[in-house]
Write a protein that binds this ligand. Structure first.
Ligand code: DAT
Ligand code: MG
Length: 149
């Protein structure tokens, strides 16, 4: 079953949006398989955003993501990587569609509340960067027959 890495960034935590965000993933029908609350080290932040290392916003991004605690999660489900990106919305909250997390709660690209992996391979890389195998829980939610034919 497909898995994706989701992180509620320091702005989302400070703005008390963690519960609302988790509710949206649960309501959609995805399964939580990993969750932790942590202050991100500079090393982890730089590794996570390695593809953006040469971008002008890289240092500000690392400062921001290490500035307060984040909620790191792994969610599982059919097509969860692409579906999570849809729930999250476009990178810039000003242009993100209403109904998406960024569209409903944000206004600035540098404070866009949440991270979600952009592809299945990226998700695998990010999950192994943020979580040890034993921190992920394999379980069968009882509502599966009501979500899948
Ligand atoms: P996404 O988080 O939607 O995958 P991304 O991978 O292109 O977006 O960029 C990673 C993060 O970097 C993004 O969530 C916010 C920040 N960012 C991207 N483009 C930016 C810009 N032009 N100015 C400031 N921050 C930016
Ligand atoms: Mg990205």
């Amino acid at each position: 079953m497909e898995r994706t890495f989701i992180a509620i960034k320091p702005d989302g935590v400070q703005r008390k949006l963690a519960g609302e965000i988790i509710r949206r993933f649960e309501s959609k029908g995805f399964t939580l398989v990993g969750l932790k609350f942590l202050k991100v080290s500079r090393e982890l932040a730089e590794a996570h955003y390695d593809v953006h290392r040469e971008k002008p916003f890289f240092s500000g991004l690392v400062e921001f993501i290490t500035s307060g605690p984040v909620v790191a999660m792994v969610w599982e489900g059919e097509g969860v990587v692409a579906a999570a990106r849809k729930l999250i919305g476009a990178t810039n909250p000003l242009t993100a569609e209403p109904g998406t997390i960024r569209g409903d709660f944000g206004v600035n690209i540098g404070r866009n509340i949440i991270h979600g992996s952009d592809a299945v391979e990226t998700a695998q890389r990010e999950i192994s960067l943020w979580f040890k195998d034993e921190e992920l829980v394999n379980w069968q939610p009882h509502l599966m027959p009501w979500l899948h034919e």
